[in-house]
Design a protein around this ligand. Structure first.
Ligand code: ACO
Length: 333
C-alpha cells in the first residue's frame, strides 16, 4: 500500500458517555432463562448500561462523549473540520452525525455516519487519519456510539445478554510528520461470512397494492456466536502481526492491547496467541458488555483517565465484528 502521508496525526483528547441505568446479570435472568454464572463465565460480563425510558437516544450519548473530549482540551467546537460518527444503530437511517454536529455547535464541520458495527471506530480512526495525514483537515472528531439494546431480540438469550449502550469520542489533530502517532493500520472485510452477524433488512411478502414495490423493515440482531468467536480469535492476531510487520516492530514492543470488548475469553485467547501477557489487556467489559462501535473509545477513555496509558506507550487497537470486518491500528501514545 502506497502512503501519501505529508504530515502526522495524533489523538489529543478522548471522552465517553454511558446511560445512567445499569442492568445486572441477575436482572437479566428475570428477562430470559440465564444466570449470572453462565454469563460471567462465558463472557466476563457482569452488567451493562441500557438506554431505558424515552428520554435519551444514541445521539445524546454521542453528544455528551464529544463535549467531554472537547472540554478536555478546551477546544472551540467551531475548530472541528470533520465529524465521523461510527454507529450501526443511528437515530435516523439518513445519518445521525449531523445531529451531533448541530448539538455540539461544530458549525464548520462536515459530518457523516460510518457503518461497520464493532469495527466502526477503528475504520473511522483510519478514515480520519487519512484526511489529516494528507493535509486536508486539521481537527477531526471521531465518535463511536451504539444502542444495540434497541435492536436485540429480548427473548433471545444467546444475544441479548451480550450488548450494552454507550458512546466514546476521540479528537484527532494533524501534527508534524515527525510527531505522527498513528503509526500504521491494517483493515479487512470478508462479506462471505456476513450471515454470521446481521441486522438484516426483511422484505414484506407482498408488494404495494398499486406498485410492484416491496417495502420492509430491519430485523433484530442475529448471530452465530461460535463462528464469530472462532473468526475473531483466528483473524485478529494475524491482523495485529501484519500491522506490526509493516512497522518492523515486534509483539514485545506492544505496551497495551485495546481490543473490541466483545467477550473476555476472546480477548485472552487473542493475547495468548500473540504471547502477550494478560496484564497488557485493557478491559472494562465486565461493567458495560459489548457496546459495539463505542467499546474501544469507551475503554480507551477510561484507561487514559486512570493514567494507565502513558506518553510514548505503544497501543495496539483492534476491532472486529459484523461484515465481517476487522482491523488494527498501532498508535504511539
Ligand atoms: N444463558 C444460559 N444458557 C445459554 C445462554 C444464556 N444466555 N445462551 C446460550 N445458552 C446455552 C445454549 O442454548 C447452549 O445450550 P445447549 O448446549 O443445551 O444447546 C449452551 O448454552 C452453549 O451455547 P453456545 O452458543 O455453544 O455457547 P458459547 O460457549 O459459544 O457462548 C457466546 C456463547 C458467549 C455468545 C460466544 O459464542 C461468543 O461470545 N461469541 C462471540 C460473540 C461476539 O463476540 N460477537 C461480536 C459481536 S460484534 C458486532 O459486530 C456486533
Amino acid at each position: 500500500m502506497k502512503s501519501l502521508m505529508i504530515q502526522g496525526a495524533k489523538i489529543i483528547a478522548t471522552g465517553s458517555a454511558i446511560p445512567s441505568s445499569s442492568f445486572s446479570n441477575h436482572e437479566m435472568s428475570e428477562v430470559v432463562n440465564t444466570s449470572d454464572e453462565w454469563i460471567f463465565t462465558r463472557t466476563g460480563i457482569k452488567e451493562r448500561r441500557l438506554l431505558q425510558g424515552n428520554d435519551q437516544s444514541v445521539v445524546d450519548l454521542a453528544v455528551l462523549a464529544s463535549k467531554k473530549a472537547l472540554n478536555q482540551v478546551a477546544m472551540d467546537p467551531c475548530q472541528i473540520d470533520l465529524i465521523i460518527l461510527a454507529t450501526s444503530s443511528p437515530h435516523d437511517l439518513f445519518g445521525s452525525a449531523s445531529k451531533v454536529q448541530s448539538q455540539i455547535g461544530a458549525f464548520n464541520a462536515v459530518a457523516f455516519d460510518l457503518t461497520a458495527a464493532c469495527s466502526g471506530f477503528v475504520l473511522s480512526l483510519v478514515t480520519a487519519s487519512q484526511f489529516l495525514q494528507t493535509g486536508v483537515y486539521r481537527n477531526i472528531l471521531v465518535v463511536g456510539a451504539d444502542a444495540l439494546s434497541k435492536w436485540v431480540d429480548w427473548s433471545d438469550r444467546s444475544t441479548c445478554i451480550l450488548f450494552g449502550d454507550a458512546a466514546g469520542a476521540a479528537i484527532l489533530q494533524s501534527c508534524s510528520f515527525t510527531h505522527n502517532a498513528i503509526l500504521s493500520f491494517q483493515l479487512n472485510t470478508d462479506g462471505n461470512y456476513s450471515k454470521y452477524l446481521s441486522m438484516a433488512y426483511e422484505q414484506d411478502i407482498s408488494p404495494h397494492p398499486k406498485l410492484n414495490i416491496y417495502q420492509g423493515y430491519f430485523k433484530y440482531i442475529s448471530m452465530n456466536g461460535k463462528e464469530v468467536y472462532k473468526f475473531a480469535v483466528f483473524q485478529v492476531p494475524l491482523s495485529i502481526l501484519k500491522c506490526l510487520n509493516s512497522l518492523n516492530m515486534s509483539v514485545e514492543e506492544i505496551d497495551w492491547l485495546v481490543l473490541h470488548q466483545a467477550n473476555y475469553r476472546i480477548l485472552t485467547a487473542i493475547a495468548e496467541k500473540l504471547s502477550i501477557s494478560k496484564n497488557k489487556i485493557i478491559s472494562n467489559l465486565h461493567k458495560y458488555g459489548n457496546t459495539s462501535a463505542a467499546s474501544i473509545p469507551l475503554v480507551l477513555d477510561e484507561a487514559i483517565q486512570n493514567k494507565k496509558i502513558s506518553h510514548n506507550d505503544i497501543v495496539a487497537i483492534a476491532g472486529f465484528g459484523a461484515g465481517l470486518t476487522w482491523g488494527t491500528i498501532i498508535v504511539r501514545w
